[in-house]
Design a protein. Structure first.
Ligand SMILES: Cc1ncc(COP(=O)(O)O)c(C=O)c1O
Length: 498
């Protein structure tokens, strides 16, 4: 029986070809009425300059073939609707479906950005309320919803810092970035025209105050601090950190993309932070990943409010909302219109549905889940910063590396157990990092299954490291040449030469 199967073609569910490769001239999935105009070829429309004979035509396949092909492909996806998605630093949490239903309401989904203000009061109210909720949550004074992603929020915040310092007559050169910051922080500082200077963390994984005092001079515009940082650790000395920066005339930028650990519990506005961003696509339950739209609102203290991107939604004395473009100190637009409006709708639906108590519960559950994983795995995996964590915990592969098995190998073996891998080799300050963020979405049974899987892999490494090094064993394709895929990506199909 075994031999016979080996000699047969594997079923198509195991060896899916591209729909182009199924092309069978003459097959059709639809019956169209006869043409009542003369046919025109692609070559005639495009002209010789653009026409590519090798790409002419669509695959000719039957309706059933198309349905089965795409339905099969859809079952290959692993998503948050399938199971735990513990990618550290990504907050891959469940997005309640009701947010989608609200975002699809006709008046919200189809209103045009140029709708006259008197007719767009509902949409303006969504922007207004979302900004007020985010101010309340962050303890900041004003919010712009314009930035389309976390990194764009960083750039927006830094440009506002720059404008404010220049107004004070201070032309500064550097931005300090701790080594535990998210990778986008130094990149944003560079794009904003600053040179980023790295400062080392202390043994607790936090900003070293002595290092900061030394580095914080009058040439420094400010500090960009990810809090909780990428080790999942809260910067407990944040007040002193802000005081040191302010004492030299600098400003504090907080990367608030990890607010999933703080919402309803701590407000950065009370720490001394001057400007921060939030990732609605992480913390506020809007879709994350797949290249879809994100949203990285920026929240500022009063001193930076004049520099917010224009337009700003304002309330008139008669209660009507309007868009104010007349903001002479504004850094200008960073995004067309008012940001990714649909993300604001989803985030507002989420915040209003959960309310203050629900949002706090989310935070507490996210932190509890991460600490549960941390404490239940620390006897088998090295925990370089052995402290209570916030919403994510970071192990290293140090013990398993002695057997030649690295973080990426463990992650690949995790796929055989049915889980999406954790984040591999990030943050960089932990060699061989295994960064796990369960979020509040996982229940205890799922966390236990995940923990059991990682404990079992640790045991396998003890007994048979070679087996783990060849994982995954259960997938359609096993080890891919990742270096070749990164260096020479082949992103489109071309017909094989005849
Ligand atoms: C801490 C932190 N900062 C910044 C970012 C950048 O956000 P985005 O990918 O939306 O640009 C992320 C993204 O996950 C993040 O985790």
């Amino acid at each position: 029986m075994k031999n016979r199967i080996q000699h047969a073609w594997p079923h198509v569910t195991r060896s899916e070809s591209l729909v182009f490769e199924r092309n069978s001239p003459g097959k059709s999935g639809a019956e169209l009425p006869p043409l009542d105009v003369p046919p025109v070829s692609a070559q005639e429309i495009l002209g010789d300059e653009f026409y590519r004979p090798d790409l002419d035509g669509f695959p000719e396949v039957s309706e059933l073939e198309v349905i089965r092909h795409f339905t099969r492909l859809s079952t290959w996806n692993y998503g948050i609707d399938t199971g735990l998605y513990p990618l550290g630093s990504c907050t891959m949490k469940y997005n309640p479906r009701v947010n989608e239903a609200v975002a699809r309401l006709e008046g919200l989904a189809t209103d045009h950005p140029y709708t006259p203000e008197p007719l767009a009061q509902g949409c303006l109210k969504v922007l207004w309320e979302t900004a007020r909720c985010l101010e309340e949550i962050t303890g900041m004074d004003a919010v712009s919803l314009q930035p389309a992603a976390g990194a764009q929020g960083e750039l927006t915040g830094l440009l506002m810092m720059r404008a404010c310092l220049e107004d004070r007559g201070a032309r500064r050169k550097y931005v300090l970035v701790p080594d535990s910051a998210h990778g986008t922080n130094p990149a944003s500082a560079t794009i904003a025209g600053y040179e980023s200077r790295n400062i080392k963390s202390n043994a607790m994984g936090c900003v070293d105050l002595a290092e900061l005092r030394h580095a914080m001079t009058e040439e420094v515009a400010g500090l960009m601090l990810t809090n909780p940082n990428t080790l999942g650790i809260f910067e407990a000395e944040i007040r002193q950190v802000c005081e040191i920066v302010h004492a030299k005339g600098g400003l504090v930028y907080m990367d608030g993309a990890n607010m999933n650990a703080l919402v309803g519990v701590a407000r950065p506005g009370t720490f001394g932070v001057d400007v921060m961003h939030l990732n609605l696509h992480k913390t506020f339950s809007t879709p994350h990943g797949g290249g879809g739209p994100g949203s990285g609102p920026v929240a500022v203290k009063k001193i930076l409010e004049p520099y917010l991107p224009a337009p700003v939604v304002e309330s008139s004395p008669d209660g009507a909302l309007r868009l104010n473009y007349e903001r002479p100190k504004s850094i200008g637009r960073v995004r067309a219109f008012y940001g990714n409006f649909g993300m604001a709708v989803r985030a507002l639906a989420y915040m209003l549905a959960y309310g203050p108590h629900g949002l706090r519960q989310v935070t507490e559950d996210a932190v509890l889940n991460a600490n549960y994983i941390r404490t239940r795995l620390k006897d088998v995996f090295d925990l370089p910063y052995d402290l209570p964590c916030m919403h994510e915990c970071v192990f290293s592969d140090r013990r398993q590396a002695a057997k030649g098995v690295r973080t990426g190998d463990i992650a690949k073996r995790l796929i055989d157990y049915g889980f999406h891998p954790y984040t591999v080799s990030f943050p960089l300050i932990v060699p061989g990092a295994m960064m796990i963020e369960p979020t509040e979405s996982a229940g205890k049974a799922e966390l236990d299954a995940f923990i059991d899987a990682l404990r079992s892999i640790a045991q396998e490494i003890e007994e048979d490291p070679q087996f783990v090094l060849k994982a995954p064993h259960s997938t359609r394709v096993s080890r891919l040449d990742e270096a070749a895929a990164a260096r020479k990506p082949v992103l489109r199909w071309r017909p094989p030469p005849h």
